[in-house]
Design a binder for this molecule. Structure first.
Ligand code: S3P
Length: 425
């Protein structure tokens, strides 16, 4: 089974916690990141439980209804959890302490702290605005109009969460559209969110503050960012023919499908549908001879987490590829820009970094492999290079498989069930 969507799972728990009444969630991702969100919400006094059928129940306390946590919140590896929960914590006139693992504590939080401070929160952090940090919220937050310097759904969502408690309209201007799961879910829970097209392809999102969020049932689709790994493996392992069921195909998440089609990959969407306000489909994929691709920077927000696996596809394709405008990859669970270049090079692939672009020259033949790749505490780096190993002459070794559990428990079993040979040595 493919795991539930990580972005939607975090939001289901957090928005459910801020609604009034019982929200039931089906298909929730039970990975380390989402469990960290559930644990933190428990620390805020929200009751959350899983029943025997796998349905999760959240007893929402309403906007501004959290209690002061009695201990430091440990968000593990989860960037989305810390950034969204900072927005939710800003609604409350007490101090919350946030921390995480070595990877999370190295990531920049200034991008979230800046707008939240403008709304009235006080934040004390380590140098570079890194965790651990302390956030003191307010029950008199101000609505703001904020222009995001980079397209980031996490920052947008943190502002929307804080904006729920502010009177009047909170407006966010994005330079380019980022994933809109928060906007869709807020509407699902009864909030008023308007979206207008802004200047040069951007968007303006306007939230009417202090809504009454009503608990609603939710069904979480499979995560396209996780489906990307068996999808890529099916494209590059000869003879593959796989159907990936019930995958979220939100157009602001599905840039990888566009790339794969441009590379000549056989992918087909079947049974397109809408579930809990999100588009879903089954994805049929067959092994294909791929060709190199030019990926424009404008596509980055719609596939930001898929560049490690796209780089693997480019390494297995014939001809040159250029993946452009990847500066944001330096701020993920690891410096993914550097990790992709180092990993491909170690596996004998011709790869070069030029400014914010990655250039990869595939030969259409299996890359040599035989490399030991550093996991860098980054689940997507681990899984992307394990897929590369499936195509390499000599395979690939990863120093630590544990990060996989943050987003894709069951990855190894699923890939081996499809014919992979991933072993734990
Ligand atoms: C996410 C947004 C993206 C993405 C992350 C999940 C979200 O981050 O990389 O894995 O759920 O909002 P940015 O907001 O930093 O682009």
């Amino acid at each position: 089974m493919l795991p539930g969507d990580k972005s939607i799972s975090h939001r289901a728990l957090i928005f459910g916690a801020l609604a009034v009444g019982e929200t039931r969630v089906q298909g929730l991702l039970e990975g380390g990141d989402v469990l960290a969100t559930a644990r933190a919400l428990g620390d805020f006094g929200v009751e959350i439980a899983r029943d025997d059928t796998g349905t999760w129940r959240v007893w929402g306390v309403g906007v501004g209804g959290f209690q002061e946590p009695a201990r430091q919140l440990d968000l593990g590896n989860a960037g989305t959890a810390v950034r969204l929960l900072m927005g939710a914590a800003a609604q409350h006139p007490f101090t919350s302490f946030f921390s995480g693992d070595e990877s999370l504590n190295a990531r920049p939080m200034g991008r979230v702290a800046k707008p939240l401070r403008q709304m009235g929160a006080r934040i004390q952090a380590r140098s570079g605005c890194r965790l651990p940090l302390a956030l003191t919220g307010s029950n008199e937050l101000l609505p703001i109009s904020y222009t995001l310097p980079v397209a980031s759904a996490q920052v947008k969502s943190a502002i929307l969460l804080a904006g729920l408690a502010a009177p009047g309209e909170t407006t966010i201007v994005e330079p380019a559209p980022s994933r809109d799961h928060s906007e869709r879910m807020l509407r699902h829970f009864g909030a008023e969110v308007r979206v207008e097209d802004g200047a040069s392809g951007g968007r303006r999102i306007i939230l009417s503050g202090q809504p009454e969020l009503a608990a609603r049932a939710l069904s979480v689709p499979a995560d396209i960012s996780s489906a990307a790994f068996p999808l890529a493996a099916s494209l590059i392992v000869p003879g593959s023919d796989v159907l990936l069921k019930n995958v979220g195909i939100n157009p602001l998440r599905s840039g990888l499908i566009d790339c794969v089609r441009e590379m000549g990959g056989a992918v087909e969407l079947r049974d397109e549908n809408e579930v809990s306000g999100e588009p879903v489909a089954d994805i049929a994929v067959r092994a294909s001879n791929l060709r190199g691709i030019q990926v424009p920077p404008a596509r980055a927000p719609s596939m930001i987490d898929e560049y490690p696996i796209l780089a693997v596809l480019a390494a297995c394709a014939e001809g040159p590829s250029r993946l452009r405008g990847l500066g944001e990859l330096r701020h993920k669970e690891s410096d993914r820009f550097a990790a992709i270049v180092a990993g491909l090079r170690a596996a004998g692939v011709a790869v070069e970094a030029v400014d914010d672009d990655i250039l990869i020259t595939g030969t259409g033949a299996s890359p040599p492999g035989g490399a030991e790749i550093a996991s860098c505490l980054d689940h997507r780096i681990v899984m992307a290079f394990l897929v590369l190993g499936m195509a390499c002459k000599e395979g690939v070794t990863i120093d630590d498989g544990a990060p996989i559990a943050t987003s894709f428990p069951g990855f190894v079993e699923l890939m081996n069930g499809l014919g992979g040979r991933i072993t734990d040595g």
